[in-house]
Ligand binder design. Structure first.
Ligand SMILES: *Cc1c(COP(=O)(O)O)cnc(C)c1O
Length: 485
């Protein structure tokens, strides 16, 4: 089977013809670096090539083909308008080393203006004084923010502050970023409402505290009503507050994290601002800062000169330095800018309203079929537990996920956050219609109903896919990506 899929080439077949060489046929590559025989590329016709890629794309599920309620990932629709803007030749064909401003040449001024204006827009929306637009992913933004916090403590001769507090509901990248930046991590338990346990927090407020990393809203899909108080407590103890704002759909245009007391926060443009996740990249995890952390922002930064021209400014002596090549993933910043301007402030407020309404609609229609670990209004995502279903009917979160595949839906996130047993974390996003939500909810209920009648059948799902039920552990340890058996 694998040969059929991957080895379609036959010598002599052509899908395209290259133009005649129109430069001198010379080459300065030393002999020892040259190929001694022809590269073995597959030789295929155009039709074979088109079928190959279209068929590959149909083996997977994506936001363009189905509802994709993957919690804590905000797989929302990326409007095609953003793509059109990103393809405008004046942006798409720019070289990052073009001169910034030369008399008579303004080629890069438009791109610099986009970076600058998007930064200002984010400051206004989220209540920070500046952003670095460079980080290439959310996790990269975390590392950037934590490095700025470390630089702040060092500047104040407080390098002994070596501990970061991270709630047990946090995304795995949080402790990973903290550890890479050289900090010790202490895990904060959540209380029975899904909030940070304040009494436990108070036990950690001492001279070794560097700060806290809080996800807002948290990964249980809940807004911690004590956020302001937590930031105050940490500040009073000499620590700093890092906000994980990867998914801000629920609060965008309504709450400004900077006003809550966060010193910095990363925002995933590829989640909240509707730029593509793109199979793992390119992403953008821009980081906002308040006055406290502003001096430590990475260079370069786009600033505006008195004559109105934009330029790249390297003159920030306390900067943590470079964290990415050039200015970050510019295409993502551009798409996010197009998205924000096309929605406007009112539009962004409706984003948060609809994201919250959609998640609560799913929660209220599904809560009787599951255990509901936290029975309160949720934000952009809702968290259910299949604990009782697993005990009484052998229906595990994994089985529901696999059953949904056969029903034509991408599964929700499962087994995360780790603190909820048999967890399903569903994030519909604001871009889905009520009809789609109803179809999904009906499909979940049907999977449960059929699973109760015939657990064996459910345990063998999915059946409609090139790859059926895998041994998850073996698939992770010994991945075989070339075979469909
Ligand atoms: C997605 C996510 C991250 C990490 O973002 P990446 O771009 O995948 O590195 C961090 N925190 C939360 C809460 C997230 O949802």
């Amino acid at each position: 089977m694998s040969e059929l899929i991957f080895e379609r080439g036959r010598p002599g077949r052509r899908g395209t013809t290259l133009p005649k060489l129109d430069v001198p046929d010379e080459c300065n590559i030393p002999d020892e670096c040259r190929r001694t025989k022809k590269a073995e590329f597959p030789e295929v016709s155009e039709l074979d090539l088109v079928r190959h890629y279209v068929n590959l794309s149909r083996m997977n599920m994506g936001i363009d083909t189905c509802f994709y309620p993957l919690g804590s990932c905000t797989m929302k629709y990326n409007p095609k308008l953003n793509e059109q803007v990103a393809r405008l030749p004046g942006f798409a064909n720019l070289h990052p080393l073009l001169p910034q401003l030369r008399s008579g040449s303004q080629l890069t001024q438009g791109a610099l203006a986009v970076i600058y204006e998007m930064e200002m827009l984010l400051c206004e929306l989220l209540g920070f004084v500046n952003f670095t637009m460079q980080p290439l992913a959310g996790s990269h933004g975390e590392l950037t923010g934590i490095m700025m916090m470390a630089a702040y403590h060092k500047k104040n001769s407080e390098s002994t502050r070596d501990t970061l507090l991270i709630p047990d509901a946090a995304h795995g990248t949080n402790p990973a970023s903290a550890a890479i930046a050289g900090f010790k991590v202490k895990v904060l338990p959540s209380d029975e409402h899904g909030n940070v346990d304040l009494e436990n927090l108070k036990e950690h407020l001492n001279d070794s505290l560097a700060g806290i990393m809080l996800t807002c809203p948290n990964t249980l899909g809940l807004f911690d009503p004590n956020t302001k108080e937590i930031c105050q407590l940490v500040h009073d103890a000499g620590g700093l507050c890092y906000g994980d704002g990867a998914n801000l759909n629920a609060i965008i245009g309504r709450v400004r994290p900077g006003d809550l007391g966060f010193d910095c926060m990363h925002v995933n443009l590829h989640k909240t601002f509707s730029t593509p996740h793109g199979g793992g990249g390119p992403g953008s995890g821009v980081v906002g800062v308040n006055e406290t952390l502003k001096p430590f922002l990475p260079v370069s930064r786009v600033t505006k000169r008195p004559d109105g021209a934009y330029h790249l400014n390297y003159n920030f002596p306390d900067s943590i330095g470079y964290i990415a090549a050039f200015y970050g993933n510019f295409g993502m910043i551009l798409r996010a800018y197009a998205y924000s301007l096309s929605l406007g402030h009112e539009g962004l407020k409706r984003v948060s309203e609809n994201a919250v309404i959609n998640a609560n609609y799913i929660r209220s229609r599904l809560k009787d079929a599951f255990d509901l670990p936290y029975d309160r209004t949720c934000m952009h995502e809702c968290v259910l537990s299949a604990k009782t279903l697993a005990k009484e009917h052998e229906i595990h979160a994994l089985d529901i996920a696999k059953g949904l595949l056969d029903a034509g839906f991408h599964p929700p996130t499962i087994y995360f956050p780790l603190i909820v047993p048999e967890c399903l974390m569903i994030e519909p996003t604001e871009t889905e219609s009520k009809e789609t939500l109803d179809l999904f909810i009906d499909a979940v209920l049907k999977v449960l109903e059929e699973g109760k009648e015939n657990p064996e059948k459910l345990h063998a799902m999915p059946r409609n896919f090139p790859v059926t039920r895998l041994n998850e552990t073996r698939a992770a340890r010994e991945p075989n990506l070339a075979s469909l058996s």
